[in-house]
Design a protein around this ligand. Structure first.
Ligand code: SAM
Length: 200
C-alpha cells in the first residue's frame, strides 16, 4: 500500500502509477468548496480523492476499465463518499452535464506507431504522433461542459506544444496561464489553468 499525504492507495499493473505530474496537479488545484468537479482520466483516483476533500462533489472518469476498478478500491478504502466513477472516452460518460472545475492529467507524449505496445496502460501516455491527439479532442469539447466562470486545469509537456493549448483556450474565451511547472530531464511538465471569461 502506498501513501500520498494520508491517502492510502494501491496501483494495478494496467493503471498509471501516480508520478510527478500527478502530484503537480494535486498540489496546484484551484478549487472552491462550492465546486462540482470533473476529473477525466482518473487512473488510481489520487487526484479525485484529493480534490474531493476541498469541494462539493466529483465525477471521475477513465477510458481504462482497470483504472475504474483501481480507483473504486482506493475511493472506498479512503472513505470518500462524494466521488462518482464512470468509465468512458473523454466527456462521453457525462454528456449534458456541467462542471465548475474540469481536471485532466493528459496523455501528452508524442508516440510513433513503432513505439506503440497496444495495451490499456498505453492510454496513460500515448498522445499520438504530435502528443496532442487526446489534448485537442478534449479542448474541442471542453466548452460545452463548463458552467459560467468555470475552470479547467490540465497537465501537459513542453513536448506537446504548450502555446497551442494556451492559444486554443484563449480563443474559446478563457483567461489562461501556466500555474505550475516542473523541469525534467528531457521536458518541462506544466499545469495550465483556464477560467471562462464573464460573457456579460
Ligand atoms: C497520465 S494518466 C493520469 C492518471 C491520473 N489522473 C494521475 O494523475 O495519476 C492519463 C489517464 O487518462 C486516461 N485516458 C487516456 N485517454 C483517455 C480518454 N480518451 N478518455 C478518458 N480517459 C483517458 C488514461 O487511461 C490514464 O488513466
Amino acid at each position: 500500500m502506498l501513501d500520498y499525504k494520508g491517502i492510502h492507495y494501491k496501483t494495478y499493473p494496467e493503471v498509471y502509477e501516480p508520478a510527478e505530474d500527478t502530484f503537480l496537479l494535486a498540489e496546484n488545484l484551484q478549487v472552491e468548496r462550492r465546486h462540482r468537479v470533473l476529473e477525466i482520466g482518473t487512473g488510481t483516483g489520487i487526484v479525485a480523492i484529493t480534490v474531493s476533500r476541498q469541494c462539493r462533489t466529483v465525477v471521475a472518469t477513465d477510458i481504462n476499465p482497470h483504472a475504474i476498478k483501481c480507483a473504486t478500491h482506493n475511493i472506498i478504502n479512503n472513505k470518500t463518499y462524494n466521488v462518482e466513477l464512470k468509465e468512458g472516452d473523454l466527456f462521453e460518460p457525462v454528456v449534458g452535464e456541467k462542471f465548475d472545475l474540469i481536471l485532466f492529467n493528459t496523455p501528452y507524449l508524442p508516440t510513433s506507431e513503432d513505439e506503440r505496445v497496444h495495451d490499456e496502460l498505453e492510454a496513460a501516455w500515448d498522445g499520438g504522433s504530435d502528443g496532442r491527439e487526446v489534448i485537442d479532442r478534449f479542448l474541442d469539447e471542453l466548452i460545452d461542459y463548463l458552467n459560467p466562470e468555470g475552470r479547467v486545469q490540465l497537465v501537459q509537456s513542453s513536448l506537446s506544444d504548450i502555446d497551442k493549448t494556451l492559444d486554443k483556450l484563449e480563443k474559446m474565451g478563457l483567461d489562461t496561464c501556466v500555474t505550475a511547472r516542473e523541469k525534467h530531464f528531457f521536458e518541462e511538465v506544466v499545469v495550465i489553468t483556464g477560467i471562462l471569461r464573464d460573457s456579460n
